[in-house]
Design a binder for this molecule. Structure first.
Ligand code: 1HN
Length: 361
């Protein structure tokens, strides 16, 4: 009503006969368009929306489909030929854009025994969460990290990285990259190295041991916007959420949850993406929550259901699902369960635009 009377007022003040004003405006819009100008008043409510608008849909990929289809790709192309043999988990609300959320890419990569994914580097940062297999490695900045399921590995902006599998089983992991953010700013660079594998200058586990043990190497930097730790192992992190649960530190929405931290400053592991690991006790029925970060979840253990915007996503081991920005969601589990998650919250916080809707906490 208010806007209708406001437009009446505007019309009565506008020059020319009333019936003519629309035609005059239209002619004016066409004239200014030739000068690459356009009226804000036609689009204002679309560009500064009252609440977040998202094209991102709540969606789940079940691991039995992922594994079957990714394994098929092994017979069609080698890791070396593909450079990275990854199936993109593409949000149905944004097909053709290689995105799981508006700001994050997600895909599942497979390395077969004996294969190498050659060394390269790029501005986009990556997070890997190991789903299947044992003992394949990723080499990052001179350190080879041999990986196990539940391990979480980071590759920071411009860090050289290659992968290989010296084990006897395929390894599959979830890749999450921030390239939609990098490409939003149009700041992507990438390069390949002349040799497929990089020389090793540090032992497996060095970065975790040096930086995440309550001590720091003498002379470690006092500020670093990305974690110096390459591999956060499940073996080290899982017992911590168990202790939290036993201590009664179980959030009504998020369970017994830790945030993977940069040991230099307690900040997020990467400036563009953050990660959490949460344990839900048997029978947990979470309260509703929403925040402006879009989140990718992976089930590390157990089974449960997450209701997102009224849609029920039922998950089990290694299933991957997406909660879009600003949609209410809640988790519930039967048996004790663990969810790993990744979101763009650090980027939003750095820009001062992150919000959560949490009236009673
Ligand atoms: C990439 O470099 C990797 O290094 C994985 O393993 C997934 C998806 C898009 C672009 C680059 C990797 C990627 C990627």
């Amino acid at each position: 009503m208010a806007s209708a009377s406001a437009s009446k007022r505007a019309e009565s003040k506008a020059p020319g006969p009333k019936h003519n004003i629309e035609a005059m405006r239209q002619a004016y819009y066409e004239r200014i368009a030739k000068h690459d100008m356009t009226p804000l008043w036609k689009v204002m409510k679309n560009v500064v929306t009252k609440e977040p608008l998202t094209r991102c849909a709540p969606v789940i990929w079940h691991y039995d489909d992922i594994k079957r289809l990714v394994m098929e790709s092994g017979a069609l192309i080698t890791a070396e030929e593909a450079e990275r043999r990854v199936l993109i988990l593409e949000n149905p609300g944004m097909r053709g854009e290689s995105k799981a959320t508006n700001t994050l890419f997600a895909g599942v990569q497979m390395i077969l025994p004996g294969e190498v994914a050659p060394a390269h580097r790029h501005v986009s940062s990556a997070i890997r969460f190991v789903l299947d297999g044992e003992g394949a490695y990723t080499a990052v900045e001179g350190e080879k990290a041999y990986m196990s399921p539940g391990d979480f590995v980071i590759t920071a902006n411009w860090a050289p990285h290659d992968h290989g599998n010296t084990s006897h089983k395929p390894m599959l992991w979830l890749d999450v990259l921030d390239f939609p953010q990098v490409n939003f700013f149009e700041t992507s660079f990438a390069e390949q190295f002349a040799t497929a594998t990089q020389p090793t200058s540090r032992a497996d586990g060095d970065s975790l041991s040096f930086y995440a043990s309550g001590v720091l190497p003498d002379g470690a930097p006092a500020a670093l916007n990305r974690s110096p730790v390459i591999n956060y192992t499940y073996a080290r992190t899982r017992p911590i959420i168990e202790r939290m649960m036993k201590a009664g530190d179980v959030d009504k929405r998020h369970g017994a949850r830790v945030r993977y931290a940069n040991p230099i400053n307690g900040g997020p592991v990467l400036p563009t993406m953050g990660a959490n690991l949460a344990l839900f006790p048997k029978g947990f029925k979470g309260e509703k929550y929403r925040a402006t970060d879009g989140t990718i979840f992976v089930c590390a253990e157990g089974e449960g259901a997450t209701t997102v915007d009224g849609k029920v996503l039922e998950w089990g081991p290694n299933d991957v699902f997406v909660v879009p920005p600003w949609k209410h969601y809640s988790h519930r589990v039967g048996k004790e369960s663990v969810l790993f998650s990744i979101s763009d919250r650090p980027a939003q916080e750095a820009l001062g635009i992150w919000r959560e809707d949490t009236p009673s906490h």
